[in-house]
Design a protein around this ligand. Structure first.
Ligand code: AP5
Ligand code: MG
Length: 386
């Protein structure tokens, strides 16, 4: 999720900048000021409680704010992200926001501090007051709003400076210039986030060889369940013995074994740009698990690739491999090979279908020498925006 808070005194341009950002990033917009004015217009009990405070330029109580904000977030958990305008405005609200983000398994990506001197605020708002119809856009109230900002809202900045997510922008310049700076901040933040690729393909399609090479090329961690399971067998662990028996029968290794291994890999990875997953997710259940695991790291799937190879060619390749010293325990007989191909068709093809609806699945023709297929995938990954 991309979650942004626009911070700044009255008249800094929070609402003005929000309008464009919401469209460009498809974010759900939450302005506590707008929400309060709506309650006011509808004459709700909440609105009535806030009416006088707003008219005098004071801050509405955190108690009221938490109610309106929690309701709005809870109704829109499917959003690609949230854009907060005029929230958080007190240190208490900063803690509230933190709690709400944790509930959604996410966090605030950045807080953008639109900086303008008080004289500019007053000038802009007095001008706006001529047409806005807002009860609080007059000189006396504006001064009180600024005082509240200085005393209660400015200290909130320290909270975000400590977290390293506060970015300051000189907001006295033109709307376009300010917007340019804001976009740059967001792009930089996005580049810091993990880039994750899932590589699909039938057994024998070359997904393993390609996955490893792609990981090297893009500086990503290669996460393949196969080698992780083999590691357990080699280490002679209890789990390893269970895996060996399952391999012998050609069955899938159950999620209770695979999932903790993947989770550990994600946890232990530090300083990585992202991951390449191969052989996982293999089932619909695993696809939900992967989403959850990535969410914990505030990440998601960035690209899905499927390597396509005709069935007869797959059988030919797997049979050929079974007669060499690269033979895997799970392709030592024709019956096992057929079973694996069948498992993929039954359990993994529906996962690819699901991804086709959620993300774009880039299909690659795998009927060519390794280097050619590799270049095809590289081109697909580099294509378009991340
Ligand atoms: P709220 O509605 O949030 O108002 P505000 O913070 O006082 O800010 P404004 O909406 O007036 O300014 P803005 O920064 O959005 O600037 P805008 O883009 O409009 O809050 C209202 C009240 O609700 C509060 O006083 C409080 O009582 C209560 N409240 C709200 N949230 C609360 C919370 N979390 N906790 C407690 N109480 C809360 O721009 C202003 C003008 O400048 C416009 O005319 C615009 O066209 C112009 N402008 C913008 N950018 C530029 C530029 N770069 N150059 C020239 N002109 C520009
Ligand atoms: Mg506003």
């Amino acid at each position: 999720m991309l979650n942004i808070a626009l911070f700044g005194p009255p008249g800094a341009g929070k609402g003005t900048q929000s309008e464009r950002l919401v469209k460009e990033y498809n974010l759900f917009y939450i302005s506590t000021g707008d929400l309060l004015r709506k309650e006011l217009a509808e004459g709700t009990p909440l609105g009535e409680q806030a009416r006088e405070i707003i008219a005098s330029g004071g801050l509405v109580s955190d108690e009221i704010i938490v109610q309106i904000i929690e309701k709005t977030i809870a109704e829109n958990t499917q959003a690609a992200g949230f854009l907060f305008d005029g929230f958080p405005r007190t240190t208490i609200q900063a803690y509230i926001l933190e709690g709400l983000m944790i509930k959604l398994n996410t966090s605030l990506t950045c807080l953008i501090d639109l900086h303008v001197p008080e004289a500019v605020s007053i000038e802009r708002l007095v001008k706006r007051g001529k047409s806005s119809g807002r009860s609080d856009d007059n000189a006396a109230v504006i001064r009180n709003r600024l005082k509240e900002y200085r005393e209660k809202t400015l200290p909130v900045l320290q909270f975000y400076k400590d977290k390293g997510v506060r970015h300051k922008v000189d907001a006295t310049r033109s709307i376009d210039d300010v917007h340019g700076d804001v976009l740059e901040i967001i792009r930089n933040e996005q580049n810091k986030r993990l880039f994750n690729i899932v590589v699909f393909g039938y057994p024998g399609s070359g997904r393993g060889t390609q996955g490893k090479a792609l990981a090297d090329r893009f500086g990503l961690e290669y996460v393949a369940t196969g080698p992780m399971l083999e590691q357990e067998i080699k280490a002679g662990t209890e789990i390893g013995a269970r895996i060996e028996a399952l391999y012998a029968s050609g069955e899938l290794v159950p999620d209770e074994i695979v999932v903790p291994l993947i989770e550990k890999r994600l946890q232990n990875a530090s300083n990585v740009r992202g991951f390449i997953f191969k052989g996982f997710p293999r089932t619909l259940v695993q696809s939900y698990i992967l989403e959850g695991l990535l969410r914990k790291h505030d990440a998601s799937i960035s690209k899905v690739v499927e390597i396509e190879v005709p069935m007869l060619e797959l059988i030919r390749r797997l049979d050929e491999r079974s007669q060499t010293n690269r033979c895997m325990p799970y392709d030592s007989s024709t019956a096992k090979i057929v079973k694996r191909l069948h498992e993929h068709e039954q359990k993994t093809v529906p996962v690819i279908a699901k991804y086709s609806q959620l993300h774009e699945v880039s299909k690659v023709d795998g009927m060519a020498p390794f280097d050619v297929v590799f270049q095809r995938i590289v081109d697909l990954i580099q294509q378009g925006d991340r």
